[in-house]
Design a binder for this molecule. Structure first.
Ligand code: M6R
Length: 610
């Protein structure tokens, strides 16, 4: 979603803003812009639809835009298409400029009122009402900060704001409600940003703003207050992110890099959480034992890929005797709940800023769910800060919009969780020790699965002219088929649907002909016999099958059936291993199709609006 960066420095802020925008690109955007208070005290703004290169071209073609205070933005269109006029910053009266990440829900009402008051609008965005509100209050005598407070008080919705006033160079006001915003503290430089990755070339010291915070920054000072002006105390944090951790290295795309980092990411997520025989329950937090002891059921909430990880976990938990429900966060929000007793809510999110997931956890609390656990990859995220128990995945920064290593590490974390909950349902020491041993082997097994890449590359060629694909899986591998289909559609734009293989005859078989590639995962488990039957049903109708099969299944290639053998693994980790070839397939199909793999059209890395 939209990205914000602002900076005050004793030097020119243009390079800081451009570098920050580049580092925020991964969030997803379709236009960008910046506003800088020039030395002579005037406000200059440049914006461009499309990728950042377009903004850079606009800057090169301009008379120059330099100064020591500025704000910049990558916009992911919600209200109005990605045009120059709709791009941020929005300006009012040539003096006030504002960038926003979020949605102003009552923008129509505010716009009508502002128009009646004589204010002009130049965009279709909801954001422009905020900058006009601020100016109106200033025109009526309020100072800059008071005008911001008065305006924010009138807003409904979720937002993060960065605002400059040409009459007060050296000052930026920021505000947060719902959407993430941090303050970076450097040497004689202060910054505002959507996340620390935007600032990592300049500082690691930062403050996470809480909902309701209004921040007033200058070159050396940060003042945080609430809407009523009461001072708010926020801790300074130090990021462990290094500028290199977000570099591409020798890879063509971040997705490729992140797929290949999965062995290490799994290992990092296990590190310190297991002994030779046991999962260390303390890794879930000091309150974990008390809460887990009284937990009788689990409700998992998540979106997208994280939801698929939740679906896998349901099989693991229920297999160990723990009742578990999994729901897409936005759907959970859309109905009333008959709350089971002693039910632990488990929220899964790579970013920890997905608004639907955050809202669903808040709603679950309101409904009376007992406790919450967050499994998350972003230590300073809203989700982590709002949850009672936390287990961090240690995937490292995931830049590609298509989630890969975050998914695999979520599965690792969920495996740890299933084991500690399983103990309460009778999992004995010997069984736990076996499961832990299997987990220990996971990083090496992932590395072996990655060796399938050249075989998969060849198969991807067959998708060069395809518009549709079916994915099949059974049991715990049905969510893996869902994830494979999601990866393919996200980055190659091939319409891919996943079905439980048993559902084939109930409808999707009608789609199968010689033009339809059907991808299946075939681990050597109890479902194999039935899956083989489904494979034959597809072959009999001329469908072209690509089957990733455990080498012990003895499935072999023949007419209309290509089998790629995946080294045999224990069933406890098979879903993680079978994910890898499907990620590679999606990546290589997208490579052939020439799409923008790391930043697929219309998508954002972190979905911070409903
Ligand atoms: O940050 P989250 O895990 O909460 O994000 C949830 C989804 O938006 C995310 O998984 C999305 O589906 C990915 N683009 C999938 O690759």
């Amino acid at each position: 979603m939209c990205g914000i960066i602002g900076a005050i420095s004793k030097a020119d802020v243009l390079p800081i803003l451009l570098d920050g925008l580049k580092r925020l690109e991964y969030r997803g955007y379709d236009s960008s812009g910046l506003a800088i208070i020039q030395e002579k005290g005037s406000l200059s703004r440049l914006r461009a639809p499309g990728k950042l290169i377009e903004l850079e071209r606009t800057i090169d073609a301009s008379e120059g835009i330099h100064g020591r205070t500025g704000i910049a933005h990558t916009r992911w269109a919600t209200h109005g298409p990605p045009t120059e006029n709709n791009a941020h910053p929005h300006v009012s009266g040539e003096r006030i400029a504002l960038v926003c990440n979020g949605i102003v829900e009552n923008h129509e009402e505010l716009r009508n009122w502002l128009v009646d008051e004589g204010m002009d609008f130049h965009s279709e965005t909801d954001t422009e009402v905020i900058v006009n509100l601020i100016r109106l209050h200033m025109d009526r005598g309020s100072d800059f900060m008071s005008a911001v407070r008065e305006s924010i008080g009138a807003l409904k919705g979720a937002y993060a704001l960065g605002i400059v006033n040409a009459d007060e160079p050296g000052r930026i006001i920021g505000a947060r409600r719902g959407s993430p915003l941090i303050v970076g503290v450097g040497k004689d430089e202060t910054y505002l940003a959507s996340d620390i990755s935007a600032l990592i070339a300049h500082t690691r010291d930062f403050i996470v703003l809480e909902n309701g915070d209004i921040v007033d920054i200058d070159q050396n000072r940060v003042t945080i207050t609430d809407l009523d002006g009461r001072p708010q105390d926020r801790d300074m944090r130090t990021s462990t992110l290094s500028p290199r951790s977000t570099e591409l290295g020798n890879h063509r795309h971040y997705m490729e890099k992140e797929i290949h980092e999965q062995g290490q990411a799994a290992s990092d997520t296990l590190e310190g959480r297991i002994t030779a025989r046991r999962v260390l329950e303390a890794c879930f937090g000091t309150e974990a034992k008390r809460i887990f002891d009284k937990t009788r059921a689990i409700q998992i909430l998540a979106c997208g890929t994280s939801y698929h990880a939740g679906l896998v976990a349901r099989y693991w938990l229920e297999d160990l005797g723990i009742p578990c429900q999994v729901e897409i966060a936005s759907e959970f929000l859309s109905r009333k709940h008959a709350v089971p007793r002693d039910c632990l809510v488990v929220a899964l999110s790579q970013s920890g800023e997905t608004i639907d997931t955050l809202s669903s956890v808040a709603y679950a609390k309101e409904c009376g769910y007992a406790h919450s656990l967050a499994i998350c990859n972003a230590p300073d995220s809203s989700l982590v800060r709002d949850s009672e128990l936390v287990l961090m995945t240690h995937a490292g920064p995931e830049i590609g919009v298509a989630s890969t290593k975050a998914f695999v590490t979520q599965l690792v974390a969920l495996r740890l969780f299933a084991i500690v909950m399983g103990r309460r349902a009778g999992l004995d020491m010997a069984e736990e020790s076996k499961l832990v041993r299997e987990l220990r082997e996971l990083p090496a097994r992932i590395e072996s699965a990655l060796e399938l890449e050249s075989a998969i590359q060849a198969i991807a060629e067959q998708f060069a002219n395809k518009q549709h694909a079916l994915f099949l899986g059974r049991g715990i591998h049905y969510p893996i088929a869902l994830e494979g289909a999601l990866k393919l559609k996200e980055i190659s734009y091939v319409h891919a649907e996943a079905y439980p293989a048993g559902e084939l005859k109930h409808g999707p078989l009608a789609l199968v002909d010689s033009e339809m590639p059907v991808v299946s995962v075939a681990p050597n488990d109890m479902q194999l016999g039935k899956l083989k039957g489904n494979i034959e049903e597809v072959r009999a109708r001329g469908g072209k099958l690509i089957v990733f099969a455990d080498s012990d299944t003895r499935l072999s290639s023949r007419e209309n059936l290509q089998v790629i053998n995946v080294a045999s693994v224990e069933s406890s980790i098979a879903p993680i291993i079978f994910t890898i070839p499907l990620q590679l397939l999606a990546y290589h199909v997208a490579l052939i199709k020439g799409t923008d793999i790391d930043k697929p059209r219309n998508l954002a890395k972190s979905v911070t609006v409903e």
